[in-house]
Design a protein around this ligand. Sequence first.
Ligand SMILES: NC(=O)c1ccc[n+]([C@@H]2O[C@H](COP(=O)([O-])OP(=O)(O)OC[C@H]3O[C@@H](n4cnc5c(N)ncnc54)[C@H](OP(=O)(O)O)[C@@H]3O)[C@@H](O)[C@H]2O)c1
Length: 354
Amino acid sequence: MDKVKVGILGATGLVGQKLVQLLLKHPWFELELLTASGKVVGKKYGEIVKWLQGPFTPLELNELIVKNTDLDVVRESKVELVFSALPSNDALSIEVELAKRGVIVISSSDAMKFEEDIPLLNLEVNADHVELIKLQYRRGWRGALLKIPNCTAVILTLALKPIMDEFGLKKVIVSTMQSISGAGLTGVPSIDIIDNIIPYIEGEEERVEKESVKILGSLESQAVKPADIAISASCHRVPVIEGHLEAIFIETIEEPSVERALEALEEFKGNKIRALNLPTAPEKPIIVRRELDRPQPRLDRYINDGMSVVIGRLRVDKALRGLKLIALGNNLIRGTVGTGILIAELLTVKGFYL
Ligand SMILES: NC(=O)c1ccc[n+]([C@@H]2O[C@H](COP(=O)([O-])OP(=O)(O)OC[C@H]3O[C@@H](n4cnc5c(N)ncnc54)[C@H](OP(=O)(O)O)[C@@H]3O)[C@@H](O)[C@H]2O)c1
């Protein structure tokens, strides 16, 4: 199969850098276009990027020229698919215009996540929602727009899915400890976060609550019916570089048992996509740790190349007469970039390029 030519909008940011790192070695995709805000246009990526992804600077990365994030630039580049890692305010108009003009756009920004025909995908949980893009032709689009959920919601819904399938869910309370990379390159000044915890992340609690019920919802007559689960989130920024930890308290519909829940989590494979053998799909999207002091960000955020959610401390919750557990996910990989690349892989095997 010929490689699919892809581009990254916002390639110099934290999400963009992780996309560059993972796509350069991808077997199906060829990196053809990198864009940024306009300050650095025309310079080589390796010269201008403030690289924060470890000791990794392959030659081809240094040679790629960064372009302006502009419709004509994308069209001239002949990419079939772009990953958009633009700030939400700047993403909307360009993402829509590109979809209109025949490009597939996979985006991590907030814009349009709740429109009826826009899928919000965490593949092992809701791969069937991808069918919504077939409705986008009503907008007159020749391409399509698909959204990657908020990173905290990706981790939460993956942890909840096996428990929902086993016992049903009534109520979920989640308290998060989110790393600073979740706020992007310029997000949290060091003077604010070192030796500190910030108990507020603008808009995050609303995003987690609203996105999670759409992701866990069911596809019915050409729209997603949100899951009937009451979700309450309290979100906090902590001095960790990568990896979001979530303390999750669950009221189930059926009386749960720890043994059955453990089995459901350990056996969870995300069957809807498992059979497709997508290159980025982990064999086990959920890893259960039995040690009392795991998961921990420093020790567990790169398990399965950062693509699995790690769960520990599963126990009975007496207050909710349900379960409680700790979940950890790599916010940049599983939470964002890896989930976006999985979506691109699914579209490739389903032949959704138009
Ligand atoms: N970080 C995470 O874990 C995470 C998780 C989920 C979703 N997201 C979402 O993903 C997107 C990117 O996040 P990030 O953390 O990578 O942000 P970031 O580090 O601030 O990077 C933003 C990127 O967009 C470019 N950009 C900024 N303003 C622009 C404009 N007006 N026109 C064109 N390009 C522009 C920047 O280019 P310059 O370098 O030239 O400024 C940079 O490449 C955001 O929508 C964010 O909400 C992030």
